[in-house]
Design a protein around this ligand. Structure first.
Ligand code: ASP
Length: 284
């Protein structure tokens, strides 16, 4: 399963791999890479909206059910941060590399530097500069992290999460998406969860880890996503200004999703189903 409409693309690529017997880690990595590499997706990878200084900075993480995980944050000039995150996981003693260190590591490992600010994003940035209006909220026009959760034929789960983050964010801002436990969390005994939307609220609530823990304690994926959304809403003075969505899957492949407001879609694919669903939401 994958977040948002572009989740259909990630699912198609990932499921092909799962059908050939590839591990879930490959499926989630290659699935989200397809979206990162598409310049027309304005919220992930190349073509993503820049920050307030016109720089595209990317955040990503990857995790499996055994607790292996890797992440990069504030990475510039590399269009597939998810693959760099996987390399951090597999080839270093660390979990997260950021900024110049992450870039240096990527270049040393054969990743190519590219201009990620496309003409379309440059034009939008120029337009934005006319007002330079930034409110610390995310509506459903200026974000859309891609996250994917998958189970392979051996019954192993993995997840990947990648984003250009909130459009017009402060230079140096890192959201929830590369933070293990916030943007993504997998526990091989229970299942996995991931988040999209206003990253600051997801970090504050340890969102994805909390969803998985609630599943451990007996909630269904759907109930757990709803409970964390309610917790986030309860913290807000004006919940109408905030959008956060969660998506979760247990080890039996049972799925669920929930968001603060209308508009969060997620895609599910297995042998019999290929569908895009609008998540249920709290604020009517
Ligand atoms: N969660 C991402 C961030 O805060 C953006 C999004 O998913 O909408 O960077």
């Amino acid at each position: 399963m994958s977040t948002w409409d572009h989740g259909m693309t990630a699912n198609t690529v990932g499921f092909e791999l799962l059908k050939k017997g590839s591990p879930a880690l490959d499926a989630v990595e290659k699935g989200v890479m397809e979206v990162e590499s598409d310049p027309n997706v304005r919220t992930v990878g190349i073509g993503g909206y820049p920050d307030r200084e016109g720089k595209v900075t990317l955040d990503a993480c990857i995790m499996d059910g055994d607790g292996a995980c890797g992440a990069v944050a504030f990475l510039q000039g590399i269009k597939n941060p998810i693959s760099v995150a996987r390399k951090v996981m597999q080839d270093t003693p660390h979990i997260m590399l950021v900024g110049n260190g992450a870039k240096q590591f990527a270049l040393q490992n054969g990743f190519k530097e590219e201009e990620l600010l496309t003409d379309a994003s440059k034009n939008d940035y120029k337009e934005w500069l006319k007002t330079s209006n930034y409110k610390p909220l995310i509506n459903i026009e200026n974000h859309d992290t891609i996250s994917t959760l998958a189970i392979d034929e051996k019954g192993k789960m993995a997840g990947a999460c990648t984003t250009s983050g909130a459009a017009w964010k402060m230079h140096g801002r890192v959201g929830d998406s590369p933070i293990i436990g916030a943007g993504l969390f997998i526990d091989g005994e229970v299942g996995g969860a991931c988040a999209t939307g206003l990253g600051e609220e997801v970090i504050r609530t340890a969102g994805s880890a909390m969803v998985v823990e609630m599943m451990r304690n007996g909630k269904t994926p759907q109930e757990a996503c709803k409970a964390i959304v309610q917790r986030i809403i309860d913290r807000q003075k004006n919940p109408h200004d905030v959008q956060v969505g969660f998506m979760a899957m247990d080890m039996n492949g049972q799925t669920g999703a929930y968001s603060v407001q209308k508009g969060f879609t997620y895609a599910v694919k297995n042998d019999t189903i290929e569908e895009l669903t609008e998540a249920r939401y709290q604020i009517k």
